[in-house]
Design a protein around this ligand. Sequence first.
Ligand SMILES: [Mn+2]
Length: 393
Amino acid sequence: MSDSNPRFGKLRPELENSQAADALRKEAELSSQGWLNEVKRNKELGLEAAPSIEDRTISTFARGELPHFAGINTFLKMPYVEDVHKAGQYDVAVFGIPLDTGTTYRPGTRFGPQGIRKISALYGTYYFEMGVDLREQMTMCDLGDVFVIPANIEKAFDQISRAVSHVFASGAFPIMLGGDHSIGYPCVRGIAPHVNGNIGIIHVDRHVDTQEKDMDERMHTTPWFHATNIDNAPPKNLVQFGIGGWQVPRPGVKISRERGTTIMTITDIMEMGLDKALDIAIEVASEGTEAVYLSFDIDSVDAGFVPGTGWPEPGGLLPREALHIVNRVARETNLCAMELVEVSPPYDVAETTALLATRVIVDTLAALVDAGKLPRSTPTWLKPEPATEPWAL
Ligand SMILES: [Mn+2]
């Protein structure tokens, strides 16, 4: 904004140091090269537009971000990388884990990755408040989905661990789109062998998910019992944030008590304030660990905002609180990977659940970029050895 041009107004004095003023200034600093590269590619692949089209950045066939309602949806319209050997060429690799065999009430989370990808097309890559443009400041791909085995959850777990292990070892930041919460265990199992030290887990949820078995099997109520049996994922570094209500099974509570996991209820968070609660959560997950894993269950948010989930529960987080949580976790921990679970599109009214899931992910990425953590060099916590599968028999 220029003071010399009379057509441009000045900000009100009381807003000169506001976030909005900062955002207006930051946008001017952002590159547009990523966008120009995309336009060039779109025209090469999708033909020059008809002569009547005045905007010559438009192509004949829709390629890339625009129009938002068109195209084949990957996450945020990022390139679909079919050859997973290339995952490490990107700063961030998103992939789906379409497993809902572990659900104990509503199914449908097998469609979660597709639901999230579909509504993610609504977003561009630029985040106004933070002054971040993901397309300009980092690279991201969508690897498609893991081939899960719906009739056998243990075989599905083996496939998931192997996939997560591959992506994590590549050096790309892995983002897993669930799927029900049973995937938390095989995801951590795929990561832990590559971490040079202990791994802390921040588990945002209404439910504890710490019982050993549910209906005689490992289900979406059980991931943290099994994850905290992994040598370098100790229960003292598991923090369970936003827990409460009438869907917390007593067998899980017993395990959390015995193992000394850190549970923080919504009332705890309300009473001490979200930031103070987050100070504690971040400390628990970080104390003595090399890396932190974020497991975000969309049902941690009040059921009114997220109807499309397996076990909706009123009284949870507000969407803006959820976004604040991931913002701080991304900035203040050695975040090494994240999963977003329990989006069930068949129950999702007006796609609001998948919409919030997308926000949780892109806000995490924006905070990582804004904090200078993405793009990243080889992560300090990554062991140099090639991928191993200590869980495989
Ligand atoms: Mn849950």
